[in-house]
Ligand binder design. Sequence first.
Ligand SMILES: Cc1cc2nc3c(=O)[nH]c(=O)nc-3n(C[C@H](O)[C@H](O)[C@H](O)COP(=O)(O)OP(=O)(O)OC[C@H]3O[C@@H](n4cnc5c(N)ncnc54)[C@H](O)[C@@H]3O)c2cc1C
Length: 445
Amino acid sequence: MIEKAVEEIKSAGVEISTNMEDRIAYCKDYNPLHLPKLLKKEFPALPHAAAFPKTTEEVSKVLQVANAYGVPVYVFGGGSGVIDAATPYEGGIAVSTLGLDFVEIDEENMLVRAGAGVVGGRLEKILNHRGFTLRHSPQSLYCSTVGGWVATAASGQFSTGYGNIENLLISLTAVLPDGEVVVERATPRRAGPDLKRIFVGSEGLLGVVTEAVMKIFPLPEEFLTLSVEYEGIGDAVRDAKALMQLKPALMRIFDDEESLRYFDSESFTLIAVFEGKGASARLEEAKKVVSGEVVDGRAEKWLEKRFDVSDISRIVPLGFIFDTIEVACFWRDAEKVYTEVLKAIRGVEGTVTASAHASHFYESGLCFYFTFAGLPADIESYYEEVWRKAVETSLRNGGNLTHHHGVGRLRKRWLSAEIGGYYPLLRDLKSILDRRNILNRGVML
Ligand SMILES: Cc1cc2nc3c(=O)[nH]c(=O)nc-3n(C[C@H](O)[C@H](O)[C@H](O)COP(=O)(O)OP(=O)(O)OC[C@H]3O[C@@H](n4cnc5c(N)ncnc54)[C@H](O)[C@@H]3O)c2cc1C
């Protein structure tokens, strides 16, 4: 079956490879359990082939053929997803979207139309060159794609001021599992069902996103920072809530462990960026609002290092396992979620360090981002226990399942508890759109 499908895709003129190097390139996502395996020269999985379509029509051809033969398809953007949502455990065809690489700027309407495979760093560079920005800046900016952002409901470092990927989206083009192409006319807003939203956070279950039209913003003239230190999380969170009235573009709270790591300080740290018109007045007002002590330079220090993840490649070869767990909660539950989830992670034998920062803020609440590293006897069972304890503690204390990394295989056992009656709806949608269950089999459901 798979050989026939590959031949058919090839004869339709779509690039597809069965070379070992290409198959290895698409054998995993960025979930941390994969790296120790690769260091032992074990592959987490292997697709039979990797396809490299360059247009929506070519994506459609791949899916038509795969659907006809019932061959599994795993969709890859940058492969930076961390929740084991693209790993091709059932073989089949890995479809790379990286060939969908066009960028068109519409200055008059402040829009950009981009192929799903455009890597964030390239998109931002092109926009900046013309005086614009998307202001969607995940830490993985240089290794994630437009389609991946939509599929994972990604969140950038400036989400507090500009919103998450769903707030930037104007329209989407997607290919359904049977190859049908769905396109909608772009418009600033419309009433009626907003069905493009079914693809946001769908992790490749319902279709392949091939392009997106998104809002863009003029590069801000003013860019001002604020750094404040505190003795505990409570005051910092209360100040963050008050600062939301002053519309910071970016805000973060680092706990004492992370303040030590980033700023060589044992206090808690809040940083904020105010930008655009009226930024200096808002900054001055912010200084009056905060209860902590205003300090110098911490925001700049973090901004300088904000894409640096080189620690991971240093510690994993030494036998450590390292990961992050992000959850959202209302203001009401913030201190409880922070304290209890950290306690749960630290309580697992093998944990060497656990810390947290708050990274995204809303009128109604915030996202906590926990980081842990362990040096356990058995990596897999340690990892399983940390995740189970952290997620269950979050859910019990008012936190949610995921803020922006997504569900994948890692969190799927908790999904029905999280979304309740929407879970059977999602299952029905999947079985209607993907009768042969070819797309990202085993992910989320
Ligand atoms: C160091 C690091 C930092 C990170 N920082 C952030 C952060 O700040 N914010 C954040 O939100 N995330 C972050 N992430 C997670 C990850 O980068 C995001 O989830 C990102 O959106 C994934 O994009 P990608 O192109 O790499 O997608 P992939 O990893 O290739 O895919 C992710 C999922 O989306 C599906 N998919 C990909 N492209 C498409 C498409 N075109 N159509 C349909 N389905 C598709 C895949 O099948 C998979 O299920 C980080 C990851 C790393 C490793």
